[in-house]
Design a protein around this ligand. Structure first.
Ligand code: FAD
Ligand code: SF4
Length: 512
């Protein structure tokens, strides 16, 4: 008879730690540890996550648990609809400790403040030996970021990015940036024409595990936003690696040039659509960057594409995580512009006459995806110009995107898109009129509003809202050196013109 396995320690693996490279598994022992992976209602319902997001995470968790078992780990897997599920991570941890009579836990720090503090409060009030390891999937540790910030008056991504380039030696020729410049962003602002052909991100067929999860999500979350089917995301590391290969081969060469472009009915363009894989651990940041650098060095992709992608990952992604942990708790309640409007209902339905908003929101509902410029300059820009409460904007973004975890979503929303942190993350608000959207997209041609008209019934709402936003917030923003020219333009306008902008904006906002 085989000896019964008697574990003496639990290793926790959370839903966004799905890699055998996570610190606790690297330090674990297959002969004496048991891995605990729990699907719990607290995590599935603290916002009303998109059905595709829930399906993606639960299916990836179940596949990862199977992989660990095949690799010789003992795994205790708790399903969301399991009969004794307590509904919380600490509840499941406590239940496992009691049932297995174990007094020791090895844990990798949680990525979100909410869960991290819940776990540490529970651990400090219990009598078990609880060891927490840092999540070293990130290139810059939390303390290292704090040290880097030090006494700097301004924390800017571009300075941080150079430091990470040096630290990783990515795109470096000795001490110098490869290609002679740190940043090739100026080459990455082309609009896309309708006749370009775009590679669709790699799609995967569902297996029995995913089909079961799809059924469970439909049953338990019928009212949540979005459609779970068709479901085509990768849910294993093997498939995520194929998606990475496919991106490098087909899309990376044009990624940079058309990074800011938007086209109706083309949700993905040349974007990687890898963030959800990266954020749950199916892919690692450095492996993507090394592939991009290699593609440039062997002549497959231009430097503006490789550098652009690497900057997003080792620059922005690491930077926002640093800001999140530097400023939490409290960051998500920031409301520098003191706004109070509720999020318009059409954010949940796409039912609006503004073609750019309708297209971005409908695509979000369908795919649980929108690319960066759609998030920043369409839905984010509109919410900021309209004066929506940042907390409601934050909740929307956290719900609707399959890559949304608070550590990365909140700084992008609160800081970058809403300027609600007063300039910690961005040096000025990303505010724009319809002109920018028209330049970078083909939305305006299909809109009931006219982007060239500035005020009145038929005018593009972004035009009047833009000036009204600046006027409304002039006491807070007028002193910003990066807005000097804009405020000078406003002050040179006739009083009649200014009033006409403000009146148009107020009429539009009154109808929201
Ligand atoms: P690509 O355009 O192909 O970029 C490559 C990778 O770079 C991404 O996969 C991502 O990992 C990284 N990246 C790019 N920009 C950023 C950024 N600003 N911050 C962090 N990483 C970045 N990203 C998330 O991962 N989760 C979120 O919840 C999220 N919410 C956002 C909300 C707003 C308002 C804005 C403006 C941006 C948000 N982003 C978020 C950043 C960015 O929009 C997404 O990472 C990107 O659109 C994901 O699509 P992709 O994988 O095709 O990215
Ligand atoms: Fe959007 Fe204005 Fe263009 Fe319509 S006209 S698509 S509202 S920017």
């Amino acid at each position: 008879m085989a000896p019964t396995f008697k574990p003496d320690r639990i290793i926790t693996v959370l839903g966004d730690q799905l890699t055998d490279q996570i610190a606790a598994l690297r330090s674990g022992n297959r002969g004496t540890d048991i891995v605990l992976i729990s699907e719990v209602m607290d995590e599935a319902s603290y916002v009303r996550h998109h059905k595709k997001k829930l399906t993606f995470i639960f299916s990836a968790m179940r596949h990862f648990a199977d992989q660990l078992s095949r690799d010789g780990w003992n795994v205790r897997y708790v399903k969301l609809d399991g009969p004794q599920n307590t509904g919380s991570i600490v509840g499941e941890l406590q239940r496992a400790l009691t049932e297995l009579n174990i007094k020791s836990v090895l844990h990798t720090e949680a990525s979100e403040y909410r869960l991290s503090s819940e776990i540490s409060q529970w651990a400090s009030s219990s009598d078990i030996k609880f060891t927490t390891l840092p999540d070293d999937r990130f290139i810059f540790g939390r303390d290292e970021f704090r040290e880097w910030v030090g006494v700097r008056k301004q924390i800017r991504m571009e300075h941080f990015y150079r430091q990470v380039r040096r630290k990783t030696a990515l795109l470096m020729d000795d001490e110098k940036p490869a290609g002679g410049k740190w940043n090739f962003d100026a080459e990455n602002r082309s609009a896309a024409s309708d006749d370009l052909s775009f590679p669709h991100p790699m799609q995967f067929v569902t297996d029995q595990i995913t089909d079961e999860v799809l059924e469970m999500v439909e049953k338990l979350f019928p009212e949540n936003i979005g459609q779970s089917r068709p479901f085509w995301f990768a849910v294993t590391r093997k498939d995520a690696l194929s998606a990475l290969d496919d991106f490098i081969k087909h899309a990376l060469p044009h990624f940079g040039t058309y990074q800011d472009a938007m086209l109706e009915d083309e949700p993905f363009l040349f974007h990687s659509v890898l963030s959800q894989y990266l954020n749950v651990g199916l892919l690692q940041p450095l492996e993507i960057c090394l592939r991009a650098e290699e593609a440039w060095r062997c002549g497959h992709a231009p430097i503006n594409a490789a550098e652009g992608l690497i900057r997003q990952i080792i620059g922005w992604r690491e930077f926002v995580r640093g800001i999140y942990w530097l400023k939490m708790p409290g960051y998500i309640e920031s409301n520098f512009l003191e706004t109070s409007r509720s999020l318009p209902d059409f954010y949940w339905t796409g039912d609006t006459e503004m073609a750019c908003m309708r297209s971005t929101i409908e695509q979000t509902i369908e795919q649980s995806y929108a690319h960066h410029i759609q998030r920043l300059m369409v839905t984010g820009n509109f919410a900021m110009l309209a004066g929506v409460k940042p907390s409601e904007v934050h909740e929307w973004y956290l719900s609707v995107y399959s890559d949304a975890f608070e550590w990365v979503e909140a700084p992008n929303v609160i800081g970058m898109s809403q300027f609600a942190d007063g300039g910690v993350l961005a040096s000025k608000p990303y505010a724009a009129s319809g002109n920018y959207i028209n330049k970078m997209s083909n939305y305006c041609g299909n809109c009931r509003f006219n982007v060239k008209v500035k005020t009145g019934e038929d005018a593009c709402p972004f035009n009047a809202l833009y000036w009204n936003f600046l006027d409304r917030n002039s006491d807070k923003l007028n002193g910003n050196p990066r807005l000097g020219n804009t405020y000078r333009t406003w002050s040179k306008m006739s009083i009649e013109k200014q009033s006409s902008y403000n009146r148009s904006a107020e009429i539009f906002l009154g109808k929201l």
